[in-house]
Design a protein around this ligand. Structure first.
Ligand code: BES
Ligand code: MN
Ligand code: ZN
Length: 497
């Protein structure tokens, strides 16, 4: 059953629910609903806190059962730290709440988390974060399992709101939180799917399915014949060794004015990256099924944009191909002509992401974009630079870079800018073609960005290298759904200010 989230304003002490969530911002002085409930149950909450049962650490929780004079079956206390809390800290509180509720197996809950004071966030934004965290926390991936996961219990949730005046703003905020969460689910599902199932053709089918649920989307798919006609020599060189046909998938959402230039998102969709003839070592190679997570994030964003019917023109483009060795595969030293006319010497067939992206970046020029953002698991080097926390961002436009940086901070799905100054362009020189596809070891993420920049000079453009953040390794192996949240924040800012 899909999760139902409402806004409610009933007395927390008399309200009947499986669980009432109360924030504890300052353990010494309770306020708002928490204080009222404490009073009603003769200070039981205060005495539990005095006992030290709730850790100070923001996001810590403790569950109390059957409090006297209270109708709620359980009380979940959530430690909020010192008010006002930062926007990022609040998002984490919302996540703690969601995880605790899922763990206790309650079917319904009412939360007073809106009462936490947050730096710079109004109640609508808090409601968005609360809803988003609930949806994201309920993610399960059992597509390939014969025993399906047990459906999550919690399906009825209410956000307690003292201030009735806000109610009107809260409902659309809840919708935003849910849709961004749905977008994250889509990105994770596609990322987690095995590469023998999730092929370029599968991704193209997914786009058509998306159109079925959102008929306003316009979907077009180019196959290899059409790409050859368009002279996409770089993109085609990547799929040359594969039995799977490459696809260029375009999804158009025209929610803005017809004259408004669109935001174009371009995702790297390498459904499996063996490295090609420059083959990768076998240890951990299974993780190269995640090499389409940029594309997956574009699908996630397009789903959320369509669900919310954002008043913007947004176009999502996915360059999907499989990078395999084979008799017809591209060899190191081969030279291809990109759609832009620039010739590329492919010195390493494992630097394939930039090859599919460069032709996509040329192709999307036809949309006369306002800004273009590409999203790609492009380089291992970005993990050396920024680890697994932060997306590497590069841009030819300072304002766009700032916008993305802020969107990352606000959504806690952060990026950090790396320079693509001319000095680095010098590392891209070839004796035989206009440009080589690799720039040597130093600044590997930057030279990849510099390569792309040569195909993006006609518009404002940013590149997001998500190789370090798109999936988790080890016991928690799986796609994260990043950077759907950052991109949605970016688009919502543009739509609503
Ligand atoms: N998909 C990889 C990048 C990657 C590597 C992402 C490891 C996440 C983890 C990309 O296609 C690639 O192979 N890049 C090469 C570029 C090099 C040959 C210049 C790399 O990073 O090693
Ligand atoms: Mn590669
Ligand atoms: Zn790759």
């Amino acid at each position: 059953m899909p999760l139902d989230i409402n806004i409610a304003n009933t007395n927390p002490t008399t309200l009947k629910t499986g669980c009432l969530v109360l924030p504890v911002a300052n353990q010494r002085k309770l306020s708002g609903s928490t204080a009222r409930v404490d009073q009603a149950c003769d200070g039981l909450i205060s005495s539990v806190l005095k006992q030290g049962d709730l850790a100070d650490k923001p996001g810590s929780t403790v569950t109390l059962h059957h409090l006297p004079n209270i109708n709620a079956k359980r009380i979940l206390l959530v430690s909020a730290g010192n008010e006002p809390v930062s926007a990022a800290a609040f998002a984490q509180l919302a996540a703690s709440q969601a995880n605790a509720l899922n763990a206790m197996n309650t079917k319904d809950a009412v939360s007073c988390l809106l009462e936490v004071e947050v730096e710079g966030n109004n109640n609508a934004r808090k409601a968005q974060d609360i809803s988003n965290a609930l949806v994201v926390s309920q993610y399960q991936f059992d597509f390939h399992k014969s025993a399906k996961a047990k459906p999550v219990q919690l399906n009825k949730f209410a956000i307690h709101n003292e201030n009735k005046k806000d109610n009107k703003a809260l409902t659309p905020a809840v919708a935003r939180g849910i849709s961004i969460g749905n977008g994250v689910h889509t990105a994770r599902d596609l990322g987690n799917m095995a590469a023998n199932i999730c092929t370029p053709t599968y991704l193209a089918e997914h786009a058509k399915q998306l159109k079925k649920s959102h008929p306003s989307l316009k979907v077009t798919v180019l196959g290899e014949t059409q790409m050859a006609r368009l002279k996409m020599g770089a993109l085609l060189s990547v799929s040359a060794g594969s039995e799977e046909e490459a696809k260029l998938i375009c999804m158009e959402h025209r929610g803005g004015k017809s004259g408004d230039k669109p935001v174009v998102l371009v995702g790297k969709g390498i459904t499996f990256d063996t490295g090609g003839i420059s083959i990768k070592p076998s240890a951990g190679m299974d993780e190269m099924k995640f090499d389409m997570c940029g594309a997956a994030s574009v699908f996630g964003v397009m789903r959320a944009v369509a669900e919310l019917n954002l008043p913007l023109n947004v176009i999502g483009v996915v360059a999907a191909a499989e990078n395999m060795p084979g008799g017809k595969a591209t060899k190191p030293g081969d030279i291809v002509t990109s759609m832009s006319g620039q010739t590329v010497e492919i010195l390493n067939t494992d630097a394939e992401g930039r090859l599919v992206l460069c032709d996509a970046l040329t192709y999307i020029g036809k949309y006369k974009p306002d800004v273009v953002i590409d999203i790609a698991t492009l380089t291992g080097a970005v993990i050396i630079a920024l680890g697994h926390h932060t997306t590497g961002m590069m841009s030819n436009d300072d304002d766009l870079a700032d916008e993305l940086y802020r969107a990352g901070r606000q959504s806690d799905d952060k990026c950090w800018r790396l320079p693509i100054w001319d000095e680095y362009q010098k590392q891209l020189s070839s004796n035989f073609a206009d440009i080589p596809n690799i720039g040597g070891r130093p600044a590997g993420s930057i030279t990849a960005g510099c390569f792309l920049a040569r195909f993006a000079s006609d518009y404002r453009w940013a590149h997001l290298d998500i190789a370090g953040v798109a999936w988790k390794q080890g016991a928690a192996k799986g796609a994260t759904g990043r950077p759907v949240s950052m991109l949605m924040e970016f688009l919502l800012q543009r739509a609503h200010g």
